[in-house]
Design a protein around this ligand. Structure first.
Ligand code: MSP
Length: 520
């Protein structure tokens, strides 16, 4: 059997700006996967960090009147703080200004030079600092002021300077073959098709060094040149597993990465350039690149100039951490673009968390507290309705696992909520409050089936909402060592007679009139 290990990476964030909801989103998706895989018995490495070199960061530092090192220290810290505030479980936080990273970049460069894939030439063409990307004349448009712009809308400038080139043109066929042989390398499939047609359209050699600025990793043997920031940035994924020490355990265990999670805007770098660099260096490309969509705010593009940037810290303060985590991955089918709005946030938080899941637990656990001496009741013989609910609950792990493996986070949550709703319908049907007098033994069986359902749901909700799920698992007295998925299912069912703590609400409602979330 293949070893159970899983290496997932977020993009590394440019330190030109404060973190916003888009950044929080990409890393959250990685966090949920990392947590799921750990609970599922995998050895996991989850990497995030900051992309600190290049002209864009150099310019931002100059605008702030700061030395680039001091500037990057400061802004990188904001991303570290975000990781704490969002409760990410990353195992490492890489900064491209660290010595371990310069060493990895230079080693990769030397390999590419030795294989003849990097050679010195002269670049003349268009460059967009905002995207840190080169563009062909044919890709450009003209804005209202008559300036040439990239497809992203970023202004471009004409660059003419000596430059090293990566022989990307030579990799077209091998890339197409690679996509063919690995149909799941790029997800979702629509993005894969875009990449394949881009590569089929032909590839130009890629300029991989600049001489017009200094803030970056020097080219080994010719330090008039600074490495192109994307070659530098992409290498971070290998730096963090110890490259160039390819014989060390870390590298052997975790390379190739299982998943690079990225936004759709940076797919080309990850799905075209990066596998070409790696194949040229005779290293295996990652197993998958997933490109997710973009968030808008109340229907409008999020941008600093529109002044509508959403600060994740403010959302957390207003709605609660797990509510925000849940919303981001539930509201939008993962892969699509999505819109953030206060209304949508409150609907999810009050409807699905407080009413559906929260009330289910609250109803069941209060009935146990009042009528069963606060102990897990002893089940009698199971009726068809009880068995149907339990089968649905115990079937959740396989169902969620399958969807997690294709990064369908919204479907994972919907799968859980199908059971939440089924459990609520079952409570209404079975009416345990009536059984209390009519048939107390039957009431015990019903409450037992419900408690097991709540345990199953809370176990699987852990990757998405770690704190709230822990709180719910506390309430059904699941011991800490019984919270991994090895303890999922019938064989690890709650022991009748186990004393449960006094029930307390897990998911507060958002109280609109007060304008603040009421805490439980
Ligand atoms: N530094 C590069 C990545 C290098 S990875 C080797 C970079 N950084 S970034 O800070 O500009 O963006 C990082 C991520 O944030 C991207 O995946 C991008 O898609 C994501 N988002 C930025 N704004 C976003 C939204 N409005 N919505 C969703 N994600 C967005 O690119």
């Amino acid at each position: 059997m293949a070893p159970k290990r899983f290496y997932v990476t977020s993009p590394i964030y440019y330190v030109n700006d404060a973190p916003h909801i888009g950044h929080a989103y990409t890393t959250l998706a990685c966090d949920v996967l990392a947590r799921f895989k750990r609970l599922d018995g995998f050895e996991v490495k989850f990497l995030t960090g900051t992309d600190e070199h290049g002209q864009k960061v150099e310019k931002s530092a100059a605008t702030a009147g700061m030395d680039p090192k001091a500037f990057t220290d400061k802004v990188s810290q904001n991303f570290r703080d975000l990781a704490g505030a969002m409760n990410y479980s990353n195992d490492d936080f890489i900064r491209t200004t660290e010595p371990r990273h310069a060493r990895a970049c230079q080693a990769l460069w030397q390999r590419l030079e030795a294989s003849g894939d990097i050679t010195l030439g002269k670049y003349a063409g268009w460059y967009a600092v905002r995207d840190e990307a080169f563009y062909a004349e044919s890709e450009l448009a003209t804005d209202k002021e008559g300036r040439k712009t990239a497809p992203s809308g970023a202004p471009v400038e004409w660059v003419e300077e000596p430059s090293y080139f990566f022989r990307l043109s030579a990799w077209q066929d091998r890339l197409l073959r690679f996509y063919d042989e690995h149909p799941d390398f790029i997800l979702p499939p629509t993005r894969r098709n875009e990449v394949v047609s881009f590569v089929k359209g032909g590839l130009d050699d890629l300029s991989v060094s600049r001489t017009s600025f200094r803030w970056g990793v020097p080219v080994p043997g010719n330090d008039a040149h600074i490495m192109y920031v994307w070659l530098d940035a992409l290498t971070n994924y290998m730096t963090a597993v110890g490259y160039p020490d390819t014989d060390a355990r870390e590298f052997k265990t975790f390379w190739p990465a299982d998943l690079h999670m990225v936004g759709k805007d940076i797919l080309r770098f990850h799905a075209v350039y990066w596998p070409a660099f790696l194949m040229a260096a005779d290293l295996p490309p990652p197993r998958r690149v997933y490109a997710h969509g973009w968030w808008t705010n109340e229907g409008r593009k999020i941008s600093k100039s529109l002044g509508n940037v959403i600060d994740p810290l403010q959302l957390i303060a207003k709605y609660g951490l797990d509510q925000v985590r849940y919303f981001l991955l539930r509201e939008v089918p993962f892969g699509n673009d999505g819109d953030y709005s206060h209304r949508a946030m409150v609907n999810r938080m009050n409807g699905e968390l407080a009413n559906d899941f929260g009330n289910l637990a609250q109803r069941v656990l209060s009935m146990i507290a009042r009528n069963c001496g606060g102990r897990v009741p002893e089940p009698g013989p199971l009726a068809a309705d009880d068995r149907a609910l339990l089968d649905q609950a115990y079937g959740l792990l396989d169902a969620v696992r399958q969807r997690m493996d294709v990064q369908a986070f919204h479907e994972c949550l919907e799968t859980l909520w199908v059971v939440v709703r089924a459990a609520n319908a079952y409570v209404d049907r079975q009416a345990p409050w009536k059984l209390r007098k009519e048939d107390p033994a039957r009431m015990g069986t019903v409450l037992y089936a419900l408690t097991e359902t709540i345990r199953s749901l809370a176990l699987l909700a852990q990757p998405f909402m770690p704190d709230s799920s822990a709180h719910m698992l506390d309430q059904v007295a699941v011991a800490p060592e019984k919270r991994a998925f090895a303890a999922f299912g019938r064989a690890h069912a709650l022991k009748p007679g186990t004393l449960l703590p006094a029930p307390a609400p897990v998911f507060p409602r958002f109280a609109e009139e007060e304008g603040v979330g009421k805490s439980a």
